[in-house]
Design a protein around this ligand. Structure first.
Ligand SMILES: Cc1ncc(COP(=O)(O)O)c(C=O)c1O
Length: 414
């Protein structure tokens, strides 16, 4: 057979040199192949999706004439942007300058991060990130050519003195932060520290991308004031958010709060990246939201996830702490960060535990910029998709894997 065209010579520098696969994908795929229990998936639990209500709302949205052609406003379906603006105002997330004209609807929060990256990053630009941070955003920044520099972080997030030291030396394009119930560490930056971080941003004059998809998944207390609100009128914070965790990720609807000085660039980027996103889905979400009490839905979600969080924390106390594994204490979101007491290679341990013992965890390496060794002895657990019974079973499997790994490594090369 004739050899087909292989595109090798045609690949862009970006496609050739900067695209990488996520190691989370590798573990999730192994989990599916081995029909393993998964403490890996960072997505919401399917039984909590409001399937019937969304189905009806989207069906009704199809009756609107505006959803069939190109939508006249490139920032997306206006009633949904008005709803978001009002909600953020009521919930203390946005300063008064934020109006519907500043809300840009995106293909999930992921596209928000991507658009801001395209607007602010040139090859070689420095982006400061938390340590650890969300792997997909690292890949997005690197795709754009950024050098990601981790800022040492403790249980309260980015350490201000470290931020000041590093930012003074590298002139960053921006700081990327996930302030609430962070993926992967589960930690939240307290308000006092947020104020200190903003002072440093002002002093050294650089902006922030605040990525806050877990805001509403708060199980113990209301989260601290957002960076967007705290920064007031100085437009320094671009805020990114999403309905993936509060409604369903498959609908792919998120948003950016775009400060006025960035509006033109983001408008051009939006137009060049596919002329908007499906209006019918945005209209369906708006219809759904208009027919419910959003805060009651959030309460219901939080009740469910709180129980899952508590079950996993209890499992950690009974099964993992006795092995010397230390774990973070998330007050919301989906994630717990665990650290091994020994220097085993967690990446190969994770492959062993999923393949041989049917339990998936996500190795810590993925959440650090390349070459940074701090994730080598850590891993992320997620309780989002597991019931209390599955926690019990999964923990027993994890303990068996943990204890048998050294011998397995010596004999079968894991
Ligand atoms: C911190 C963070 N940002 C962004 C996203 C992207 O979510 P989506 O694109 O589904 O809104 C996720 C998803 O897990 C996340 O954890």
């Amino acid at each position: 057979m004739e050899k087909g065209f292989d595109f090798r010579e045609q690949l862009s520098v970006m496609a050739r040199e900067r695209l990488e696969s996520s190691s989370i994908g590798e573990i999730i795929e192994l989990a599916a192949r081995h029909r393993a229990l998964s403490f890996g998936a960072g997505e919401p639990s399917a039984e909590l999706f409001p399937k019937n209500a969304i189905r009806e709302a989207v069906a009704e949205a199809f009756a609107e004439k505006d959803v069939w052609g190109y939508y006249h406003d490139d920032f997306g379906y206006l009633p949904l942007r008005e709803w978001i603006c009002e909600r953020m105002g009521k919930d203390g997330m946005a300063p008064s300058w934020v109006q519907p004209e500043h809300i840009l609807l995106t293909n999930g929060g992921g596209e928000g991060v991507s658009l801001v990256s395209e607007a602010l990053i040139d090859p070689g630009s420095v982006v400061l990130v938390e340590s650890p941070t969300y792997v997909e955003s690292l890949l997005t920044f690197r795709k754009q050519g950024a050098v990601c520099v981790p800022v040492p972080s403790d249980d309260e997030g980015i350490i201000p003195s470290e931020l000041e030291r590093i930012a003074s030396a590298v002139r960053p394009r921006f700081l990327y932060t996930i302030p609430n119930f962070q993926n992967p560490s589960g930690r939240t930056i307290p308000e006092e520290r947020r104020v200190q971080i903003l002072e440093i941003l002002r002093k050294l004059d650089f902006p922030m991308l605040e990525d806050d998809p877990y805001h509403y998944l708060s199980y113990d207390a209301v989260p601290p004031t957002s960076f967007l609100k705290l920064t007031g009128n100085d437009y320094r914070v671009v805020h990114c958010n999403s309905f993936s965790k509060t409604i369903a990720p498959g609908l792919r609807v998120g948003w950016l709060v775009v400060p006025p000085p960035l509006k033109k660039a983001l408008h051009h980027l939006r137009v060049s990246a596919g002329l908007g996103r499906p209006t019918v889905i945005q209209a369906g979400i708006w219809r759904y939201l208009s027919g419910i009490d959003f805060l009651s839905r959030i309460e219901e979600l939080c009740k469910n996830y709180r129980e899952r969080r508590d079950a996993m924390m209890d499992g950690i106390k009974r099964f993992l702490n006795p092995l010397g594994i230390r774990a973070s204490q998330p007050a919301g979101g989906f994630f717990i960060w665990c650290e091994s007491p020994d220097s085993r290679d967690i990446h190969s341990f994770a492959r062993y535990s999923v393949e041989e013992h049917g339990i998936a965890i996500i190795p810590g390496q993925s959440f650090f910029p390349k070459g940074d060794k701090r994730g080598d002895w850590a891993f992320r657990l997620s309780y989002a998709k597991v019931t209390a019974e599955q926690v019990e079973e999964g923990m027993q499997r994890l303990v068996r894997a943990w204890e048998s790994y050294p011998a397995a490594r010596a004999t079968s090369g894991f």
